[in-house]
Design a binder for this molecule. Structure first.
Ligand code: NAD
Length: 253
């Protein structure tokens, strides 16, 4: 029987204080995992939601700015020293900057690339180094985007970073599959979070987006949980290098 149970596993989720990271953290806790919540700001709301579940241990919390490479490189060590080995890494934290390509600045480029792709690589590297040194298996789930497949508009660095996340997921899977580390990604469609607040507030874009989603509604963070639990569990032991769209059918159009 496929095993989706995450009891006895410890999962570190970046950007766990809100939005999709919060939805994923709650779903992993519901599946039995012990959580390490990483955020720029405090994850109070996520802690409260997990406390309402019966069973999972109280999560630990680390405040970290993932745009700082030194912080990123020290994060797995810090988490493991405080809580114990990390079995599952969810690279969720991400930002977006919107401007016409002709107006895009170096800061618009670097700020997004630092968080969305550089931190994903170096956090995954630190996770794999620790797991391999201790002969442990592990699961990495990266959060990609529809803009891993499509071009988008006015989001040059976001598209570059999320297309990079899909490629990096494949590369890391190729290097680490034989060593017992699964690297996969989830590509969320259009979910109602802070990240998409500008689109939701623009009534013309909001209508265009809703008309194109076969499921007919913006995704809710809890609708991402099943895919995250699957890719984090032993049910996905033979799944390597995929980017799984969870998009209400967006890419099917
Ligand atoms: P959000 O803005 O609600 O959450 C982003 C999270 O990333 C927050 O927890 C924030 O604290 C964290 N974060 C940002 N910069 C950070 C930094 N420097 N250090 C530490 N943490 C940092 O947006 P969301 O929609 O929940 O986004 C989560 C992920 O999902 C992102 O990678 C985003 O690109 C991706 N995504 C979202 C959608 C969507 O429709 N909402 C679609 C596709 C992909």
């Amino acid at each position: 029987m496929p095993n989706f149970d995450l009891s006895g596993k410890r999962a570190l989720v970046t950007g766990a204080n809100t939005g999709l990271g919060q939805g994923i953290a709650v779903a992993l806790a519901e599946a039995g995992a012990e959580l390490v919540l990483v955020g720029r700001s405090s994850s109070t709301e996520t802690l409260e939601l997990i406390a309402q579940l019966s069973g999972p241990a109280t999560p630990s919390e680390i405040k970290a700015d993932l745009s700082d490479l030194e912080v990123v490189q020290g994060l797995i060590g810090e988490a493991e020293q405080a809580s114990g080995p990390i079995d599952i890494l969810i690279n969720n934290a991400g930002i977006i900057t919107r401007a016409d390509a002709v107006d895009f600045t170096e800061a618009d480029w670097d700020s997004v690339m630092d968080v969305n792709i550089k931190s994903v690589f170096f956090l995954s590297q630190a996770f794999a180094r620790s797991a391999l040194a201790a002969n442990r298996t592990g699961k990495i789930v990266n959060i990609a985007s529809m803009l891993s497949y499509q071009g988008g508009i006015r989001v040059a660095s976001y598209t570059a970073s999320k297309s990079g996340v899909m490629g990096l997921t494949r590369l890391l899977a190729n290097e680490w599959a034989r060593k017992g580390i699964n690297v996969n990604a989830i590509a969320p469609g259009y979910f109602a979070t802070n990240n998409t607040a500008a689109l939701q507030a623009d009534s013309e874009r909001n209508t265009q987006i809703l008309e194109r989603i076969p499921a007919g509604h913006w995704g809710k963070p809890e609708e991402l949980g099943g895919a995250a639990v699957f890719l984090s569990s032993s049910a996905a032991d033979y799944v390597h290098g995929i980017t799984l769209p969870v998009d209400g059918g967006w890419l099917a159009r």
